[in-house]
Design a protein around this ligand. Structure first.
Ligand code: HEM
Length: 307
């Protein structure tokens, strides 16, 4: 029979597992609140490539370019050190028991709890994968996508359009590098230098934060906050979109169909409705193509495949 994920999976095998992870996330969060969005994005990028198997945590080697060094991940991912420190403590306490994929799922729940004050019970028992290949990050949707493209990439992972709309509410916290939206500010099209779907005042604020250099290009290291409360996990992301202040083309795309626009409006005025839907959707995302039982391995260092 196929093994299933379960709540309290480590109760008998490593009873402190979840509290050790929580403790490490808390310590890191109180030094830098950016850890919360960092961990959540790591989990999303893990689950969308070969399922939630910790493959995003693996380092590149001379022979292999890993997921974390793919263009959409390199420079922009953050939070892996928190997983490393939790893993080091867990290996000292219960060697070879807790998978890196589960640590990331626990850490994401803990990050949301710290940033948003809501939580859920994490199903655990994932095993770690032995493959991480930069080219496979093609499955992760990009910020220049339209609604059909995003919807399809979530559908490919078994997630509905409604679940997608709830999940991208994660963009209520964190930051983005200017390069992910600067096309909307400069040379947008032959008829308009700026994306007409972007609210003009917001566009001018973004231009100040992401100025063009002498060569006309934007410094790739510059970042902006996702919204006015980038450390608070609330539903203000949806209110921003209604004001045409979605940062990415893919964010603003949620208003391009009546169906998704209705859901955006509902979340903008009812944060609790969004929390409920977000929790259901992220629990489902955390089970994409999971590996359980005797498949894969329990990595002893999350950055390196076992020998
Ligand atoms: C349409 C789907 C999505 C697209 C196109 C997208 C794209 C992006 C991009 C381009 C960034 C900026 C990264 C940077 O420049 O540093 C970002 C950040 C982020 N994304 Fe997404 N994303 C999507 C869905 C999701 C989902 C489903 C989640 C989680 C459940 C998520 C969580 C985050 C978080 C928390 C950040 C902030 C990261 C940080 O502050 O370090 N995103 N996303």
């Amino acid at each position: 029979m196929e093994a299933q994920l379960q709540v309290g999976f480590y109760r008998d095998k490593c009873s402190a597992a979840e509290s050790i992870v929580k403790n490490e996330v808390r310590k890191a969060f109180f030094k830098d609140m950016g850890i919360a969005p960092g961990l959540m994005r790591l989990h999303f990028h893990d689950c969308f490539v070969r399922g939630c198997d910790g493959s995003v945590l693996i380092d590149s080697t001379p022979k292999n370019v890993a997921e974390k060094d793919a263009p959409l991940n390199v420079i922009t991912l953050r939070g892996t050190e928190v997983i490393d420190s939790a893993k080091a403590r867990l290996e000292a306490q219960c060697k070879g028991v807790v998978s890196c994929a589960d640590i990331l799922a626990f850490a994401t729940r803990d990050a949301v709890e710290l940033a948003g004050g809501f939580s859920w019970a994490v199903l655990a028992g994932r095993r770690d994968g032995r493959v991480s290949n930069a080219s496979e990050t093609i499955d992760i949707p990009g910020p220049f996508s339209n609604l059909d493209q995003i919807t399809q990439s979530f559908a490919k992972k078994g997630l509905t359009q409604e679940e997608m709309v709830a999940l991208v509410g994660a963009h209520t916290i964190g930051r983005s590098h200017c390069l992910h939206f600067s096309d909307r500010l400069y040379n947008f099209s032959t008829s308009s230098s700026q994306d007409p779907s972007l609210e003009p005042l917001y566009a001018s604020q973004l231009k100040l934060q992401c100025p063009r250099g002498r060569q006309g290009s934007v410094n790739p290291n510059l970042v902006v906050q996702m919204n006015l409360s980038p450390a608070l996990m609330d539903s203000s992301y949806y209110a921003d979109i209604l004001l045409r202040r979605g940062l990415f083309k893919s964010d603003q795309a949620l208003t391009t169909s009546l169906f998704t626009a209705r859901q955006v409006k509902a979340y903008a005025v009812n944060g609790l409705l969004w929390q409920d839907d977000f929790v259901r959707a992220i629990m489902k995302m955390s089970q994409i193509d999971m590996m359980t039982g005797i498949d894969g391995e329990i990595r002893s260092n999350c950055r390196v495949i076992n020998k």
